[in-house]
Design a protein around this ligand. Structure first.
Ligand code: GTP
Length: 379
């Protein structure tokens, strides 16, 4: 193709040229998804963030999943400790559903008008499954051009959470394949299993013992999440607790998950598999194993026909490679990525890797043997 000088598109550059991206534009805005059952304290938490004097410009999108007739979403920006309400126009009224086409654009155009936000918090309704929403913000580079998923924060009500986890009426829709075997999976389960931070709120309404039982059950479901116990949703600090989580580009919390898994919750558990240093062939084998498990829903080497259909909600890992590289594994539902660790461990740390899975029916099948066999075969 030939272009006359005058016709050449202005953005065409030669291979040896570079384009300076203005820093302001290059900096992406983190988005945190806030979930939790009805009445757990989400609004209390968001109001606390909006009115706290933390010097950050935070935009809060309330109730991202409400009536389809509602074509504007309430968006509130904090300004010098005061909450100022704006309206966010999205195409079909539900930011969770329209995020692919208009949701992100709506946020971006508002930022153009109002100046860039430091953080965006997206509140889902009590019944939302955050696993459906997270991949939209995390993976697609086109979508995530100015926004990136910082993490998922789930609020639970200390007094009612155990009842919610055991209540068949709370069964979450859309997981029929795994429903035939074992206890039901409730919305409370999926909100906990996908969380990077769990705030156990309303601690004033339970005894110390009751609180411990809640903490144990939650940790057995999700052994990776940071847990905070609060009253009136007041967390000790915002950064690192609710904002600036970097849940999808760091794996520091891996050390929290001990080996194996707990049986305390019969529906969902966290499984931690240790891995020795890998050859590059073995790294390819881990990648192939994850593709099989996450994309095909097949556990390599598992001969059991008609066994329970497992579900993986979250994957995280740190892999040490013999050539000196250190890789990070991040996944949510069927989407995963293995990439160079942005902050490799220091030389004194033993090069022991780990893969952690959070999901359903993990205790019914031998995931550890399956993975270690795949790695062994590739040695
Ligand atoms: N006792 C007690 N009450 C609380 C606490 N936190 C919030 N509440 C109260 O619980 C009720 C529900 O809190 P919200 O913040 O509206 O809960 P939510 O999760 O936004 O609920 P929905 O908007 O219905 O989804 C309100 O009346 C709050 O004042 C707490 O730590 N202890």
């Amino acid at each position: 193709m030939n272009f006359d000088d005058d016709d050449a598109p202005p953005d065409l550059i030669g291979a040896d040229e570079t384009v300076e991206v203005p820093e302001e534009k290059a900096k992406k805005v983190p988005i945190t998804i806030v979930t939790g059952y009805l009445g757990a304290g989400k609004t209390t938490l968001l109001n606390y963030i909006l009115t706290a004097k933390h010097g950050k410009k935070v935009a809060v999108i309330m109730n991202g999943h409400s009536s389809a007739l509602d074509i504007e979403k309430s968006l509130t920006v904090n300004k010098d400790g005061e909450a100022v309400e704006e309206w966010l126009e999205v195409g079909n009224g539900c930011i969770c559903c329209s995020v692919k086409d208009t949701g992100v654009n709506a946020i971006e155009s508002l930022m153009e008008k109002k100046g860039k936000f430091d953080y965006i918090l997206l509140e889902t309704t009590g019944l939302a499954d955050p696993g459906n929403l997270a991949p939209l913000f995390w993976v697609d580079d086109g979508l995530a051009s100015t926004i990136y998923l910082d993490g998922i924060v789930t609020l639970v009500d200390a007094k009612n959470i155990l009842r919610s986890l055991d209540d068949p009426a709370g069964k979450v829709e859309g997981h029929e394949d795994s429903d035939d075997h074992g206890p039901v999976m409730t919305t409370a389960h999926v909100q906990i299993s996908h969380a990077d931070v769990i705030v156990i709120n309303k601690s004033d309404l339970v005894s110390g013992e009751g609180l411990e039982a809640v903490r144990e059950r939650i940790t057995s479901i999700n052994g990776l999440a940071k847990i905070f116990v609060t009253s009136q949703s007041v967390v000790p600090d915002l950064e690192g607790f609710l904002l600036d989580l970097h849940a999808y580009d760091s794996v520091d919390e891996l050390d929290r998950a001990g080996r194996g898994h707990s049986h305390l919750d019969k529906t969902i558990s966290t499984l931690s598999i240790p891995l020795e240093e890998l050859t590059t062939n073995q790294l390819t084998a881990v990648d192939a194993w994850l593709r099989s498990v996450l994309w095909e829903n097949e556990l390599p080497g598992n001969k059991a026909a008609n066994g329970p259909a497992f579900e993986i909600h979250r994957v995280k890992g740190r892999l040490f490679i013999e050539d000196g590289a250190e890789k990070m594994v991040q996944g949510v539902r069927e989407i995963f990525d293995i990439f160079d660790s942005p902050a490799p461990s220091s030389g004194d740390v033993p090069r022991k890797g780990k893969l952690v899975l959070i999901g359903r029916h993990l205790t019914d099948l031998d995931f550890e043997k399956s993975l270690l066999d795949a790695v062994q075969t590739a040695a």
